[in-house]
Design a protein around this ligand. Structure first.
Ligand code: ADP
Ligand code: ADP
Length: 229
């Protein structure tokens, strides 16, 4: 299960400015759709609507045919795993932060998830935040490492739907490739909506939707889109 459908979705944060101007697309169960487009196009707004941080102004978003407004917040959160662009971690061990994805997970499962996300070795340490007390096991984590903690958490949670906000632009190319590998691993076989900044990172998506100023400007596979350029 887990097919996601947007039907003629309009959305405004403020009444005088429409941000999404009639967006329709479907992510069939188990497939991957990527949303790309310039900054300000409305990409993150799409992910916020799917998570119901906001409700659509008009139109409909459904999962397996059911309007997400008819689903409890609890089951919506259980169905969707989000790897956000900027992960905020609890001031506790990375193992605790990973286990947050599924509280009943065993130590072995936590270690396996950490391994798949390539953060083995320091999961008993705590993240060093900006203004948190840092003990002797405090660890200054880079953006990429924090994102890998979020990936490990999502691997453990194993939700049917994944919402990936790629923030790889600020990372060096080696780290970017590692994160990409980890994301590819976690999205295999799941319904995945990727918010991407560049076409080159979503070559394998079943469909790429190019968003411009709140409208779908182009759509197709990577090969189809490249042919038009
Ligand atoms: P993208 O992810 O493509 O960069 P966003 O979805 O974040 O774009 O933003 C689309 C537009 O909505 C931008 O013009 C942005 O300024 C505006 N916007 C985003 N969040 C809010 C908000 N909370 N209130 C008002 N406007 C917002
Ligand atoms: P639980 O069901 O264990 O009480 P939550 O429903 O708060 O936990 O969150 C479960 C999962 O959903 C966690 O893995 C968390 O990362 C993710 N999640 C919940 N809310 C958000 C959010 N606002 N942004 C990103 N991820 C979230």
């Amino acid at each position: 299960g887990g097919a996601v459908r947007f039907e003629d979705v309009h959305f405004s944060y403020d009444p005088d400015r429409e941000i999404l101007k009639g967006i329709s697309f479907e992510v069939p169960a188990g497939r991957t759709v990527a949303i790309v487009g310039p900054s300000g196009a409305g990409k993150s707004t799409i992910s916020r609507l799917l998570f119901r941080f906001y409700d659509v102004s008009s139109g409909r978003i459904s999962i397996d045919g059911q309007d997400i407004r008819d689903v409890t917040q609890e089951s919506l959160r259980a169905a969707i795993g989000m790897v956000p662009q900027d992960t905020v971690l609890f001031n506790d061990t990375l193992a605790y932060n990973i286990r947050y994805g599924r509280h009943g997970a065993s130590d072995a499962e936590v270690i396996e998830a950490a391994h798949l996300a390539q953060i083995d070795g320091f999961i008993q340490h705590t993240p060093k935040g900006f203004d948190t007390e840092v003990g002797e096991r405090g660890l200054k984590l880079s953006g990429g490492e924090k994102q890998r903690v979020a990936i490990a958490r999502t691997i453990l949670k194993a939700p049917p739907i994944l919402l990936l906000d790629e923030a790889t632009s600020a990372l060096d190319s080696h780290t970017e490739r590692e994160i990409q590998d980890a994301l590819d691993r976690v999205s295999r076989g799941r319904t995945t909506l990727v918010i991407a900044h560049r076409l080159s990172t979503v070559i394998g998506a079943d469909e790429i939707i190019v968003l411009a100023a709140g409208r779908i400007a182009e759509r197709g596979t990577h090969g189809e889109l490249m042919k038009k350029r």
